[in-house]
Design a protein around this ligand. Sequence first.
Ligand code: BG6
Length: 489
Amino acid sequence: MKQQRTFPEGFLWGGATAANQVEGGWREGGKGISVSDCAKARFDTEVTNYKTHNQVTSKDIEEALATDDEVYYPKRHGSDFYHHYKEDIRLFSEMGFKVYRMSIAWSRIFPNADDAEPNEEGLKFYDQVFDELHKYGIEPLVTMSHYEPPINLVLSYKGWYSREAIGFFTRFAETICTRYKDKVKYWLTFNEVDSMIRHPYTTGALVEDRFPGQNFEEVIFQAMHHQFVASALATKICHEIIPDSMVGCMLTKLTYYPYTCKPEDVLEAQQTMRSTYCYSDTQVFGEYPAYLLSRFKNNGIHIKMEEGDEAVMKAHPVDFVSFSYYHSSCAARDTSHLNVTAGNTIHAIKNPYLKSSDWGWQIDPTGLRISMVDLYDRYRKPLFIVENGLGAEDILKEDGSIDDSYRIAYLREHLKAVADAIAEDGVVCLGYTSWGCIDLVSESTKQMSKRYGFIYVDCDDYGKGTYQRFKKKSFDWYKKVIETNGSSL
Ligand code: BG6
């Protein structure tokens, strides 16, 4: 017999996107150029090799700034949400969204990060987006920074390594909190703050060749320290301006299992998990965990902290913990004989019990339940799943239909796991926003053909197409899930 699962009343169902991947309009409305606008697609290389796709040099940036090309810089066109937002939000409301996670492109508000005044046209654009959402009773959940630092932070400063970035960012935070105080209650400061380790350019505006002779790992941790301080200050600002606001951190939930029950493999898995938790530990507990400080010490990493940094971090921790979850991986002391597959900007060890997506990410719904239990037991703060989904190649048929039953199967199993974590394991979870609810440009591979949406956007990897929107089979399926608060699963 089918087990009925229900979700708590008021559970925030919805979808998620980020400005740099969905908006387009990269030169419109006074927008400045962001790091993502200068991220070149490498369609000719192996799509699972995230390292190649995320390496950016000063020469790459020079080349990017010298061209208006949108074919090899697909984030410049995204899904053209900038011109389609009314239609897209109407479709979200048709599915019954209660919440829509989106980001504000920093370079639309402060085109160069250090501008004296914000760009009014950019502020107006988001006013319109929020008004449109509220027209349908959809609550915005806004990420302040999702791979969108203005490129000027790289050109005139040293990215987030420069202490000035804190001041620029907090001014941006203050500007948007003030402007949208009556429109936005749920905020995230930095998307996947930990991702700076794996892609320092998009997260931290860091280009390795600009730090000759320096230990680049130290550069990354210094930049991350600045983001931790900026995040705490943004949380403070947000709480002061919007007293009933809720501010969350956001981590990439990379879940590792020991490859065998050999104690060395178990220890390896534990150590790897700790190295992924250290960032949220810092943002939730408001201080660096002892094991991260030992890592700094053992690797000769010296972080420059100014007086007051630690006090600010301690005084303004986050209210809730949000995370992305797509797949799980394994860990072992000796990996030489093990098969490797792709993961979310990692190379994962293959788990013989799991199947993988077309892009090699290992599909593991139970891993989501395990992740939720771990996070809730560790932090005792409400969770919010702000990214989850299946990147797959969809086929638009002549009659305009798209049969994405594989996506329904993926989401159904993951949502069942969420329901079990809530009902059986006592986890408190505020909501679920499926990633790329409308097709958008992939972060790691810059492909449009790696689709996550309930809504198909007619545009190929090279930006060619009508940009017309089509409902996939999963559209009606998700609508029903929301309508029944999960009991149709
Ligand atoms: C998350 C990022 O880590 O993974 C998103 O926050 C990204 O920006 C998502 O799009 C999926 O990854 P990809 O590489 O398939 O786009």
